[in-house]
Design a protein around this ligand. Sequence first.
Ligand code: SD4
Length: 331
Amino acid sequence: MISRRSFLAKSSLALAGIGMAKHGFATGLTEIEGNFPIVISTWNHGLPANEAAWKILAEGGHSLDAVEAGVRVPEGDPDVITVGKGGIPDASGKVTLDACIMDEKGRAGSVTYLQHIVHPVSVARLVMEKTPHVMLSGKGALEFALDNGFKKEKLLTKARKESWKKWKKENAKFSNKINIENVTEDNHDTIGMLALDKDGRISGACTTSGMGYKMPGRVGDSPIIGAGLFVDGEVGGATATGSGELVMKTVGSFLVVELMRQGMSPSKACEEAVKRIARKIPDYQNHQIGYIALNTKGEYGSFCIQPGFNYALKTNDKTELVDAEAWLKKL
Ligand code: SD4
């Protein structure tokens, strides 16, 4: 699964070395082993998202710019029903968005329960860059976005409104409760993206409309640093998709990164994090969780609970959708 490419960063180190010194990489005339640039992201909407990220990576840009540009693609696509503009609403019919972003220096920004803004990831980036905080929520996040030039838009598309009305009729007895029967594959298409740029800098982003028809006020794992996304410039990054409650309870993405720090491969670390869920959460078999991970050498991997999760991969020589290995198939 892991394709590796080694490149000599000799003369380019005059340029890149400045960045590398800052980020803990070897400086001087050093051979840097690694499979980068590289970008991976969850689900098949990761394919067009990776293309947008790749434009930046291929020109030698920063992975932070790449992941932001990448996940903005599904955020802006009204046909993607689990992210941004086309997102499924909560039980009361409101589209509320969660997103976060993190770079190789450990800088992080996040927004939760954000309404009316198509690109929550860009608001999260501004939280990271312009405020002393990590996370803004709800009304405060919206005010911050509007103060910074974001446009207020109507997010509930016609198609999603129709589905929501149908859902409401069929699930009247559940009122505002999360109905596990509604946690279908359609509900599990958060985009999480990890990218390593040509200078070995890793960043990640994660953005979602969250669990479909969630309880009003519910926030999932996706905007929570350590749960839906975690990046450590010395080790790598991980991001999650699926039932956020399970990821939050096990601080999943942080766990994957820490396991990689201890020497596990990205695939093995993702598998261990899924097994942790299987050990700790009794009804985990009713849920899907998919993790993807990338280390700073450009090795990547994934693991999930149910068969059916896939992720998009782009490198200099590969553009593909990869099926993740599933715990329930291994049992
Ligand atoms: C959440 N983790 O809000 C998100 C949902 C998701 O793919 O990943 N969907 O719980």
